[in-house]
Design a protein around this ligand. Structure first.
Ligand code: UDP
Length: 327
C-alpha cells in the first residue's frame, strides 16, 4: 500500500510513518515543518519506500499530485496546541478548515480512502462521564479564540463525512483524546511533555488554574495501530471514533505523579489562566472518553497506563538530553 501522511513529521504522524514502514508499506509524508520536525523522521530517512515532501496542505496542486498516486491518505496535518491556536487564531482556522477541505476533495476526486484526524475538543465543555461519539458538543463563545480549534475540527468532521457519504469513498474520522508519547513537544501547550521537561530541569511545574481539572491521557503506541485497523474496517466508515486512554487524573495529580516518577526536586506552582493563555481563556474541566465503539469495531483496548505513558516520555527526553547539543 502507498500511504500519504499529511503532518507526518509531527508527533502522531511520525509514529504512524514508523508503523506503516515497519509493516512494509510505502509512505509519503507531506509536512510544512511549521510544528513538526525532520528529526522525528530521521530513523526513516534511508528506508526504502519512505519519502518526505516539504509543502503546505493549502497548496491544492501539490496535495492533488500526491494524493493521486496514493492508495490511502491519513490527514494529520493541523495547527495544533493551545498556544498556537490562541496566538494565531486566523491562521490556524485557515489551515484546519481549508487545508482539510483540500485533502478531502483530492481524496474523493481520486477515490482514495482517507482518514481525517479530529479531536476530543469537539465535545467542548461537555463533561459527561465517558464521552460517546454521538454526545452533544458544547462550544464556548465565538469571541473566545480558544474555541476556534474545536469549531474548525467540528466542521472538518462534517466535510469528511458529507464527502464520504456522497462519494462512497471510504472515510474514517478519529477523535484523539490527549494522546501522549515520545517526540511530543510542549512548546505549543501539551501538558505532559511540559511537566516532564520542567521536572527533568528541576524547574517549577506550572499547574494552570486550580489543577482540579481532569484529563485522560492515551498512549501513541495504543492509538497509532488503531488508525490502520479502522481504515480496514468498513463498519468504521463515515463515522467518528474516539481513541484514547483509560486512566483519568487531575492536572495536580499529574504534576505529583511526574515529580514522583522522575525523582525531581521541582516545586509545584499555580498559574492563573489569564497569565498562562491571555484574556478570556476557558478550560475544560473534564474530558473522559468512552472508547467502546473502537473496542467493538477493531477490538481497541488501551494497554498502557499513565505510568507507562509518562515513563516512555521520560526515557525519550533523558536519552535526547544525553546527546550533546550541536554546535
Ligand atoms: N496545563 C497546565 N500547565 C501547563 C500546560 C497545560 O496546567 O503548563 C493544563 C491545561 O490548562 C489543561 C490541561 O493541562 O487543563 C491539559 O492541557 P493540554 O494543552 O495538554 O490539552 P487540552 O487542554 O487540549 O486537553
Amino acid at each position: 500500500m502507498k500511504a500519504v501522511i499529511t503532518g507526518g513529521a509531527g508527533f502522531i504522524g511520525s509514529h504512524l510513518s514508523d508503523h506503516l514502514i515497519a509493516q512494509g508499506h510505502e509512505v509519503t509524508v507531506l509536512d510544512d515543518l511549521s510544528t513538526g520536525s525532520l528529526s522525528n523522521l530521521s530513523q526513516l530517512k534511508d528506508r526504502p519506500g519512505f519519502r518526505f515532501v516539504q509543502g503546505d496542505i493549502l497548496d491544492r496542486e501539490l496535495v492533488d499530485e500526491l494524493v493521486a498516486e496514493a492508495d490511502t491518505v491519513f490527514h494529520l496535518a493541523a495547527a495544533v496546541g493551545v498556544y498556537n491556536i490562541v496566538d494565531n487564531p486566523l491562521r490556524s482556522l485557515r489551515i484546519n478548515l481549508h487545508g482539510t477541505e483540500n485533502v478531502v476533495e483530492a481524496a474523493v476526486r481520486h477515490r482514495v480512502p482517507y482518514m481525517v484526524a479530529s479531536t476530543s475538543e469537539v465535545y467542548g465543555k461537555n463533561d459527561a462521564d465517558g464521552l460517546k461519539e454521538d454526545d452533544d458538543r458544547i462550544y464556548g463563545s465565538p469571541v473566545k479564540s480558544r474555541w476556534s480549534y474545536a469549531a474548525a475540527k467540528g466542521l472538518d468532521e462534517l466535510v469528511a463525512y458529507i464527502h464520504g457519504t456522497e462519494s462512497g469513498v471510504p472515510c474514517v474520522i478519529t477523535r484523539f483524546f490527549n494522546v501522549v508519547g515520545p517526540r511530543q513537544t510542549g512548546r505549543y501547550g501539551m501538558v505532559v511533555p511540559r511537566f516532564v521537561d520542567q521536572a527533568l530541569s528541576s524547574d517549577p511545574i506550572t499547574v494552570y488554574g486550580t489543577g482540579a481539572q481532569r484529563r485522560c491521557f492515551g498512549s501513541v503506541y495504543d492509538v497509532v495501530p488503531a488508525l490502520t485497523r479502522l481504515m480496514d474496517t468498513p463498519e468504521a466508515y463515515n463515522r467518528a471514533v474516539n481513541l484514547g486512554g483509560r486512566e483519568e487524573v487531575s492536572i495536580k495529580g499529574l504534576a505529583d505523579r511526574i515529580v514522583e516518577l522522575t525523582g525531581s526536586s521541582s516545586a509545584i506552582t499555580y498559574v492563573d489562566y489569564e497569565q498562562a493563555y491571555g484574556e478570556g481563556y476557558e478550560d475544560m474541566q473534564r474530558r473522559y472518553p468512552d472508547t467502546s465503539l473502537a473496542a467493538r469495531l477493531i477490538g481497541y483496548e488501551p494497554t498502557r497506563d499513565l505510568n507507562d505513558i509518562i515513563g516512555s516520555l521520560v526515557r525519550h527526553r533523558r536519552s535526547a538530553r544525553s546527546v550533546p547539543e550541536p554546535v
